[in-house]
Design a protein around this ligand. Structure first.
Ligand SMILES: NC(=O)c1ccc[n+]([C@@H]2O[C@H](COP(=O)([O-])OP(=O)(O)OC[C@H]3O[C@@H](n4cnc5c(N)ncnc54)[C@H](OP(=O)(O)O)[C@@H]3O)[C@@H](O)[C@H]2O)c1
Length: 248
């Protein structure tokens, strides 16, 4: 089976061998403990978007790893801002990836978890309307859902006046969703960093200078710095780097 643009490991042990999906699955495998993994792509000069979207930064190797990360998680956590802006569709996996999940005793698809304070969400958006697994919307006690939202998603209310992310993640763990993959966006990463909830960051570095303008992968109120040691560095033949940093 063709794996497209070759990806190889640079660190800790450099290897000339191309990484197939099985090798990538081992490198990005599930953890024994509950874990919040965050995945982003950025330019060399730190931009989170190109022409307003992440797509311009992402290429085939990044999409391959992105697919593996989705395959191994229990739930896909995304902020409402990114869901709306990027026009999130229903979470789909191909048959090969669904088979992997079945073999590992997982639900066919990860559960989509949308983080929103305002609940300014469109129940007709494909991410909700076509979802193969009923999505969860993580919000707070006072948030008012728009008509139709509770027909297509379950509300998980944690916190008063604002979303209590720590309580929300703990409740997801209690529901058996322990391997959490967060696909952003920047304000959610900022809040997760402030609450010290980020266990891992998978960062793809696209080999281009986006120039001034776009924001970084993090935004919002200031937070204390958090140390995340390097776990591996992969390089794709088109010059893309894929870093995995995780807590000890
Ligand atoms: N390069 C990448 O890998 C990547 C990844 C993701 C996104 N992006 C880009 O990032 C941009 C979107 O960023 P954004 O500034 O809109 O940030 P965001 O974090 O995606 O969305 C912010 C919104 O999400 C909800 N939210 C986030 N954190 C929350 C919290 N702690 N509690 C409650 N609700 C929370 C709120 O929604 P409500 O307004 O509904 O309350 C908030 O207004 C887009 O341009 C997208 O393309 C890039």
């Amino acid at each position: 089976m063709s794996v497209g643009i070759p990806i190889r490991r640079l660190w800790p042990e450099p290897s000339t061998q191309q990484l197939d999906d099985a090798a990538l699955t081992t490198l990005y495998g599930r953890a024994d403990e509950p874990r919040l993994r965050v995945n982003f792509v950025a330019s060399l000069d730190g931009a989170v978007t190109l022409d307003g979207y992440s797509a311009g930064l992402s290429g085939q190797p990044d999409k391959r790893v992105f697919g593996v990360l989705r395959m191994v998680c229990d739930a896909l956590v995304v902020a409402a801002g990114t869901l709306r802006h990027e026009g999130y569709r229903a979470v789909r996996l191909d048959e090969r990836r669904r088979a992997w999940r079945r073999e590992h005793g997982l639900a066919e698809y990860p559960t989509l978890v949308v983080v929103s304070s305002s609940l300014d969400l469109d129940p007709a958006q494909a991410a909700f309307a076509d979802a193969p697994t009923r999505p969860i919307v993580l919000t707070h006690a006072e948030a008012e859902p728009p008509p139709g939202l509770t027909d297509v998603a379950d509300l998980l209310r944690c916190g008063t006046g604002r979303v209590d992310l720590a309580a929300g993640l703990a409740e997801l763990h209690r529901r058996g969703l322990t391997q959490l993959l967060c696909e952003g966006g920047p304000h959610l990463l900022g809040a997760l960093t402030a609450a010290d909830l980020v266990d891992e960051l998978c960062l793809t570095v696209a080999p281009l200078l986006a120039g001034p303008g776009p924001g970084r992968i993090t935004a919002g109120d200031t937070a204390p710095p958090r140390h995340l040691p390097l776990r591996h560095v992969l390089a794709a033949e088109d010059g893309v780097l894929m870093l995995r940093h995780a807590r000890p």
